[in-house]
Design a protein around this ligand. Structure first.
Ligand code: SER
Length: 318
């Protein structure tokens, strides 16, 4: 088989997607790449690793040619809060990087998976049961760059017949590699603080703010499932809504309290991230993904919380 290239392999998703792809397709078929972050030992043990810069098309083309790449999981991206702090960088990486990947993939006949996000929606989008096809007028650079990405991937599919696919991921919760610079990161931070200090006094998102969330094993499953789905059945190739749960900070705190009874939460709201959160859906409708390619998450809030507490405690050796 032709090999699989993963960009952003040292990030929150990449560090777990690479071993999952190695398990499924064989380690010799997976090439992991990152930009600056040093790869962890688990990643280095699972696949070949190279440094590349997605804003430089030449190094993307070289790696595709050298390793006979047929599929690209393009994960390299700047998340929402970091993108607001540095919008120029976000545009260069999220749009320029994706454009280079698509161009190189067109030239070398590769399929491309690109994650999109709940960040592609904005204040004018229906916030409850947000439909698959709806208003997308985000007011963040992250959202603007990701809507552009969805449209670019659609364009390459229609214009060149390329096999581009993608999902709109919600906030992702995991323990192997922390997220960096996102708005939904509180839902990861809360578990670290609960295990280490039995309290989370500085929750930067306000009580009552609902957002879609997903546990990492489901996120990995969604990426692999959509890439293996029957192409004929994909009515919305790029950017299927996928979700597993929707909660506000007090809901996850209550769930943690079931396992750590003296845990408590308090709030120190960050106005930038709060405004971003309020512009995103409370809960997306992911019926299209369920119907077209059988999307079915395995973890709801209680199942995620118990697994996360167990795995993260073991990971932190606490
Ligand atoms: N987790 C992302 C963020 O908060 C949303 O896609 O930026």
């Amino acid at each position: 088989m032709k090999r699989i290239l993963v960009t952003g392999a040292c990030g929150q998703v990449g560090s777990e997607l690479v071993p999952a792809l190695c398990d499924r397709y064989g380690a010799h078929n997976v090439i992991a790449t990152g930009h600056r972050t040093k790869p962890g030992q688990e990643l280095l043990d699972s696949a070949a690793f190279y440094y590349i810069d997605c804003t430089d098309i030449k190094c993307i083309e070289e790696i595709i040619k050298q390793h006979n790449i047929g599929t690209i999981y393009h994960l390299a991206s700047i998340l929402s809060a970091k993108a607001e702090a540095n919008p120029q960088l976000a545009w260069n990486v999220n749009v320029g990087g994706l454009y280079n990947i698509l161009e190189a993939a067109r030239e070398h006949h590769c399929s491309v998976f690109t994650p999109s996000t709940i960040g592609v929606f904005g204040l004018s989008t229906p916030q409850d049961n947000t439909p698959q096809v709806t208003i997308q007028r985000p007011n963040t650079m992250y959202g603007v760059s990701k809507v552009t990405g969805e449209l670019l991937c659609d364009y390459y599919y229609h214009k060149y017949g390329m096999d581009t696919r993608g999902v709109r991921w919600p906030g992702l919760i995991s323990y192997v590699t922390p997220p960096g610079g996102g708005t939904t990161d509180y839902a990861v931070e809360i578990f670290y603080e609960a295990i280490k200090h039995r309290k989370y006094p500085n929750c930067f998102i306000k009580e009552g703010t609902y957002m879609d969330m997903m546990y990492m094993p489901d996120a990995l499953k969604s990426a692999i499932d959509i890439m293996e789905a029957d192409s004929e059945k994909l009515n919305h190739r790029n950017a299927y809504n996928v979700t597993a749960m929707s909660f506000a900070p007090e809901d996850v705190a209550k769930e943690i309290k079931k396992h750590i009874p003296d845990f408590y939460i308090d709030y120190k709201v960050d106005p930038v991230r709060q405004a971003i959160a309020e512009s995103w859906p409370n809960k997306m409708d992911d019926t299209a993904a369920r119907l077209d390619w059988g999307w079915q998450p395995q973890y709801d809030l209680p199942a995620m919380a118990v697994d996360m507490l167990n795995k993260l405690s073991a990971w932190l050796k606490i």
